[in-house]
Design a protein around this ligand. Structure first.
Ligand code: IMP
Length: 409
């Protein structure tokens, strides 16, 4: 079975924790997109791991992980991550493979990414990891893939600095290379977990362009990055937080307003309780109400079969909760998520209020155990999004997760 997990908002929804949880019952994990711009924090056995490139399945000692074809890989970041895992007792030898079609991030691209974003009239606020430049080199057909490491004529086109950099990693990268299409085609009866990066609203096509990442973070990326056709994908899970966050620039219709005292203090509460700081850049994340208009757009555009709700416990102390059910844009009300940036910037969120539960739910072990108010909030989300909430996470630990359906079937 091929199970896809994507972010259904602007990234940082808690995918890493969910993939780590589901990986226990998988045979292999394929990370299909993005690069070292992503950041996952996983707490396992009381130890906290911050991962950027390597799928979180690596923490199970018998799992194989593969970096897919639509990833862009910075070898320096990759081998630093491997060294970090080994220093914490995680053996990676023979368990990490890279699609030979994945592109490589070169030092020159990282410099250009930072310079280019700083020069833009409307900066994107990139992570500065060279992601957009590597993807534009790929589209321009002057990128370097893992499969190109022995293609001397092509390497001669690079700057001296980039060539020396690449050659220093060549043997180690070549040892990890795999033909992902042929590898996965031979695993038809296995349980393969396809892990996305960022989120649907940061996808180049489905998201808030140009305030997006440059990769394919929608469910379609699992097919492209896994080297398989779309009919090979059996199920799509979309992870979302009980509220919304965004890092970097771009429209965010439900963002808490700093000039309104009540929303400003709600923002600080959510940011501190939910630990809303970037794993990759340390930037404080922008926070806001759950945006159901945006979430339903993500469900529809990605054929999400089931939603995975995370951070529900962050609401434990609040007397009431609000979620956006429509936008007013220049005098018109809509429940559809627009493509236009001026329209999104003008959108006024219409909020529905739900009573809070004012109880600690971090020890709940099933949906039935949740307070009635929390169950009602979840049921409303399911109806609005026309999608069931099949998994609920109520804290950072693996154990603080419960299923409402069989995932691997
Ligand atoms: P880039 O991917 O570094 O080019 O950044 C483009 C935009 O995507 C910026 O707004 C980043 O903050 C955002 N972004 C990239 N990766 C992530 C992520 O993993 N989580 C949240 N935002 C991200």
């Amino acid at each position: 079975m091929n199970l896809v997990v994507i972010g259904a908002q602007w990234g940082d929804e808690g995918k890493g924790k969910i993939v780590d949880y589901l990986a226990g019952e998988s045979d292999a994990v394929v990370r299909f997109s993005g690069g070292a711009n992503a950041g996952h924090t996983i707490v396992a056995g009381g130890e906290r791991f911050a991962l950027h490139l390597i799928p979180s399945g690596i923490l199970y000692k018998d799992k194989v992980v593969i970096l897919g074809s639509c990833m862009v890989i910075d070898p320096k970041a990759l081998f630093e991550e491997i060294a970090m895992l080994e220093s914490k007792g995680v053996s990676v030898s023979g368990r990490v493979f890279i699609s030979d079609r994945a592109h490589i991030v070169l030092p020159q691209y990282i410099k250009t990414d930072k310079e280019q974003d700083a020069k833009r009239k409307l900066p994107i606020g990139t992570t500065g990891r060279g992601i957009g430049i590597t993807f534009s080199k790929k589209s321009e057909r002057s990128g370097v893939r893992i499969a190109d490491l022995d293609w001397n004529e092509m390497l001669e086109e690079l700057t001296e600095e980039d060539r020396v950099f690449l050659l220093s990693y060549k043997n180690r990268l070549r040892d990890m290379a795999v033909n992902i299409t042929s590898y996965l085609s031979r695993k038809k009866n296995a349980r393969i977990l396809f892990e996305g990066a960022q989120g649907a609203l940061l996808d180049l096509d489905c998201g808030t362009y140009p305030y997006v990442s440059s990769g394919i973070s929608s469910a379609a990326g699992a097919s492209a990055g896994g080297g398989l056709g779309p009919r090979a994908l059996d199920k799509v899970l979309g992870v979302f937080k009980a509220y919304s966050t965004r890092v970097g620039a771009g429209p965010f219709p439900t963002e808490f307003k700093e000039n309104q005292e009540s929303e400003d203090s709600l923002c600080s509460y959510i940011r501190e309780t939910g630990r809303e700081y970037g794993v990759t850049t340390g930037r404080p994340r922008r926070c806001g109400y759950l945006d159901l208009v945006a979430l339903r757009h993500a469900c529809r555009a990605n054929s999400i079969d089931s939603l995975v709700m995370t951070h529900l416990d962050v609401y434990d102390e609040l007397p009431e909760i609000k979620a956006c059910v429509s936008y007013d844009i220049n005098g018109e009300t809509t429940e559809d998520f627009p493509a236009s940036i001026p329209a999104l910037n003008a959108a006024q969120a219409n909020l529905k209020t739900f009573p809070g539960w004012k109880k600690d739910i971090s020890g709940a072990s099933s949906f039935e155990n949740l307070p009635r108010e929390a169950k009602d909030y979840i049921k409303f989300i399911e109806e609005y999004c026309e999608t069931p909430v099949g998994v609920i996470s109520i804290g950072p630990d693996r154990k603080q997760t419960f299923l409402r359906e069989k995932i691997w079937s």
